[in-house]
Design a protein around this ligand. Structure first.
Ligand code: SF4
Length: 932
């Protein structure tokens, strides 16, 4: 039965679903039991919305809960969700596998025996809270505010943990950003102060993607459907820049596979054509770009826009199509053709880079800087069919009280060598610990498996095994993992149907929020049954972080003397501990415009509205937020600087004069788009202050082809895989269970290998052995291997990776710093609670490669540069599929080598980092100063 299009919120009426239960029937939905066929057996379901937790996109889901036995029958898309509009990728519905996986962690577990011995016993939540809170309390009493660290893998919530950490007064927020998006963030932030883009694909005329967005890229499903809308409805042209023939590239009008690391040069070539052929938006540039600074730093006295255009054109005169062709390998005519198409699209040019080239290369952050340069030239910033800065399209509600910022700075998070990093140097944590730069008393990993996900996993193993470096490690995780086995506590956390989180993402030109919720608890509440803690409604004693932090914080400061407890007291019942309902009720009632009114229309509360709908559209069609006028209050005390086109307060720009109005502008110091970054000058990187091309660490000049050297591309994933948690989905594991090494036929011939042959891929710290896949879908001279596969359980461990992907391996120390991981057994069928265990037919399970990657932190952005220079040879006689060898002494040498490329703080005024550069859980200004 269709949901009538006109009843959906604006912006969602384009392509309504044709078959979905109408919302008024969600309390009692009847379907026939498919398994009972041909008998017509009616099943009655309660439908409860939640939000997918299997990537960052936050698509809506609806859980079908059997009203008889309260089992979840299936999960489908939520048609009321403005971002995903009822659609999901394969990973959304696969949540049901994660719920029912017999190998998941059901109860809190405590290590017995030495750390890393793989032996655990069940404990109560009460015992966990008492022990962990005691260690934390002592650290806080001692003033050791940098010794408590929270390290997140899959975030999946907005704003919650920052509040908790500030309440504790610690500097302890760590993330996975620097193995993911740090480079792109810096490139974008230097332009506008906002570190991510929000393309309006569905209204674009030309879409440029530097990665495989249609299949796996950022905001995968919400973006993919809008890219297709743009193509189908508006005839948008699609260009995919990727060294690999991704599914996206196969759907594109143009597939460009340049030499890896030359993407910024390619984009400068586009800019060159736009400038030479005057295909740029003069009016936009004149008003919104800080061109005056560009002239001033060159000491040009003729401060006119016309002179800027002349100088700019001259500056990029070197990036001729021929020069670009020579460097990138992309034909000059093709570049010109694409640049002209982009120029024709004008303000309807939508573009995105997130991982891919940005995260592969030293200097990869300039790929984002140069891509945005093309966006600025076309005037497509914030326009219909253009690319918004992300804050325009994301909405984060405010909690009832925000603790003050912490007054300390952790150099384990932000070492002074990377003052401009976006953000924490998270993948260097074990290297920094081993170098004696700090100690952790309590370390929380949160849905995070750094041993397996990060580069240099053996160094992670060494550090996490050492109790002198990490006092207590709590792994908050839905599944056993390579990291969890090294924890002291393994604490079961919920999947998408078992936890509260509030999420918003910049999926399109709108602002929305979505509410993840423990669906069984919600159903019990509807039935009038009180549940104190979510783990009492979830399978086993699976909990959620939100409530865990409340309970833990309460124990850390039972009498309130530490000043922590007050932030966890109810805003409605003074002195009492806050409940999760109260926490979200306050946000929904007080900080989401329009939500209380929408709820009132339905005769319900804002909290109940969110529990029933799962999402709320705060604002639709959000464009050009930089043109919002400054309020009268904001204008008070300002002076006009007509020459610079801005207004000043206390000598600093606070708004931009545009079309006779004073507008808020962008998040930069100048309030304009900064083509020249004075911040880069001040922080010792003047040569990179403007959009430019930085040759990569895997540039052709660094390769010795005579020695069989290749560039390994590891930055792609298969669309049906998550990270660690794919292994707790049988459907996803069945769909994707091998990750062979892609080799072009010409290279395969040189190497003498065919599809299925073993190859040894050697990095600077070790090697791995995998099977070859000979394909024309990769540029010659490169090899590719997707991450997200190759899970292992160590021989002798009681618990381990979920059996859908479990390989049993032996880890041997074969030298003082040398390790060999050898597979003893592949994936096998198994008997158990899930009958499908007996149907497992796949055996390989993939090969892990990240263990063999040394850390390569970009000296500016702090991004791990994933591309590796490798030597590829035929497998040796003793090699076995899945073999891994690593030398961690070499790992540490290479860490120090890259450390030597940095230009450390202090910057101006003794700062560790520019005050205007964002930090997650930002401390006080004084903490930004070294020595204070
Ligand atoms: S894109 Fe797929 S995995 Fe990501 S949130 Fe949406 S349904 Fe889940």
């Amino acid at each position: 039965m269709p949901i009538p299009s006109e009843t959906l919120p604006p912006g969602m009426q384009v392509t309504p679903l044709h078959s979905f239960p109408p919302r008024e029937k969600w309390d009692d939905w009847v379907e026939y039991d498919a398994k009972a066929w041909p008998k017509k057996l009616e099943k009655r379901y309660a439908l409860v919305p939640t939000v997918c937790f299997n990537c960052e996109a936050a698509c809506g889901l609806v859980a079908y809960i059997d009203k008889q036995d309260h089992s979840i029958r299936k999960l489908e898309g939520n048609p009321l969700h403005p971002g995903s509009r009822g659609r999901n990728c394969a990973k959304g519905p696969a949540t049901i596998n994660q719920v029912n996986d017999p190998d998941r962690v059901f109860f809190p577990m405590k290590r017995v025996g030495p750390r890393g011995s793989g032996k655990f016993e069940r404990v109560s939540w009460d015992a966990v809270l008492e022990d962990v809170a005691g260690r934390m309390r002592q650290a806080l009493l001692d003033g050791r505010k940098t010794e408590i660290m929270y390290h997140v893998g899959r975030p999946g919530h907005d704003g919650y943990i920052e509040r908790v950490l500030k309440a504790w007064g610690v500097d302890g927020h760590n993330s996975h950003t620097n193995v993911c998006s740090a480079a792109a963030r810096l490139g974008y932030a230097l332009w506008s102060g906002f570190d991510r883009p929000s393309p309006d694909y569905e209204n674009a005329k030309f879409i440029l993607l530097i990665s495989s967005h249609l299949e796996t890229g950022h905001y995968f499903n919400p973006h993919a459907q809008r890219i297709m809308d743009g193509k189908i409805k508006g005839g948008a042209k699609l260009c995919a820049i990727d060294v690999r023939l991704s599914n996206t590239a196969s759907m594109a009008d143009y597939w460009l596979a340049p030499r890896p690391g030359t993407e910024a040069m390619l984009l400068l070539g586009v800019a060159h054509v736009l400038l030479q052929e005057k295909l740029f938006d003069r009016a936009f540039l004149e008003t919104w770009v800080d061109w005056r600074t560009w002239l001033e730093v060159r000491k040009i006295t003729e401060l006119t826009f016309a002179r800027f255009v002349t100088e700019l054109t001259q500056h990029y005169a070197f990036a001729t199509p021929e020069a670009v062709a020579k460097e990138t390998g992309i034909a000059a005519e093709r570049l010109v053709e694409i640049a002209r198409e982009i120029g024709k699209a004008g303000s309807r040019f939508a573009a995105h880079v997130w991982r891919n080239a940005a995260s592969g290369n030293e200097g990869g952050w300039q790929v984002a800087r140069c891509l945005q340069f093309v966006g600025v030239l076309t005037g497509s910033v914030g326009t219909i069919g253009g690319t918004n800065p992300a804050p325009a399209n994301k909405f984060v509600g405010k909690p009832f009280v925000m603790p003050p910022p912490q007054d300390v700075w952790s150099e384990l998070l932000y070492p002074r060598e990377w003052p401009l990093a976006h953000h924490e140097l998270s993948f260097l944590l074990p290297h920094l610990l081993k170098e004696g730069r700090g100690h952790l008393e309590v370390y929380f990993t949160r849905v995070y498996n750094p041993v397996w996900t990060n580069p240099d996993g053996m160094v992670w193993m060494e550090a996490l095994s050492d109790e002198k470096l990490v006092g207590l490690h709590c792994a908050l995780t839905p599944v056993w993992s390579e990291t969890a086995r090294l924890a002291d506590y393994v604490l079961p956390m919920g999947v998408a149907t078992e936890r509260h989180d509030l999420m918003s993402q910049e999926t399109h030109a709108a602002r929305w929020i979505s509410f993840r919720q423990p669906v069984l608890r919600t159903l019990l509440a509807r039935q009038g049954k009180h549940v104190e803690w979510t783990y009492q409604a979830n399978p086993g004693e699976v909990w959620e972080e939100d409530e865990f932090w409340i309970a833990l914080s309460w124990r850390v400061d039972p009498d309130g003397k530490l000043g922590v407890r007050k932030f966890f007291e109810s805003p409605y019942r003074p002195g009492e501990r806050i409940t999760i309902d109260e926490y979200y009720r306050h946000i929904f009632e007080n900080s989401i415009p329009g939500l209380p009114e929408a709820a009132a229309k339905e005769g319900t509360t804002a909290l109940e509205y969110m529990r029933r709908h799962g999402a709320f559209l705060v604002q639709d069609n959000v464009y050009k937020t930089h043109e919002a006028p400054l309020s009268e209050k904001e204008l008070l005390g300002t002076t006009r600087d007509e020459a610079r086109g801005c207004v000043l307060k206390d000598g600093k720009p606070v708004g931009v004069i545009a079309g006779g109005m004073v507008c808020v502008g962008f998040g930069t110091l100048s309030k304009k788009l900064e083509i020249h970054s004075l911040t880069m000058d001040e922080w010792k990187w003047p040569e990179f202050a403007e959009p430019c091309y930085i040759p990569s660490h895997v540039h052709e000049n660094h390769l010795d082809r005579t020695k069989g050297e290749f560039v390994l591309i590891s930055t792609f994933r298969l669309p049906t895989l998550i990270h660690t948690r794919s292994a707790n989905s049988k459907w996803l594991s069945e769909l994707s269970n091998t990750n062979p090494v892609w080799i072009h036929p010409s290279d395969a011939q040189t190497l003498g290998v065919a599809t299925g042959d073993l190859v040894r891929v050697a990095t600077r710290i070790g090697y791995y052995v995998n099977k070859a896949w000979v394909t024309e879908g990769i540029r010659p001279g490169l090899v590719g291997c997707s991450h997200h596969l190759g899970r292992w359980k160590l021989k002798g461990d009681e618990n381990g990776v979920n059996r859908w992907q479990q390989q049993v391996a032996e880890l041997s120390k074969v030298g003082e710093h040398q390790y060999r991981l050898r597979r003893e057994r592949g994936v096998v069928a198994f008997e158990g609670a899930d009958k499908d265990g007996a149907n497992v037919w796949w055996t390989e399970g993939g090969v892990h490669q990240n263990l063999t990657f040394p850390v390569q932190p970009d000296p500016v952005s702090g991004m791990h540069c994933w591309h590796q220079k490798v030597t590829v040879t035929k497998g040796k006689p003793d090699d076995r599929y899945g073999d891994i060898f690593v030398d961690t002494e070499k790992s540490m040498q290479i860490f120090r080598e890259w450390l030597g490329k940095t230009r450390p703080a202090p910057g101006p005024g003794g700062l560790r980092r520019p005050l205007h550069f964002a930090r997650v859980a930002r401390p006080t200004d004084s903490a930004y100063r070294i020595g204070e």
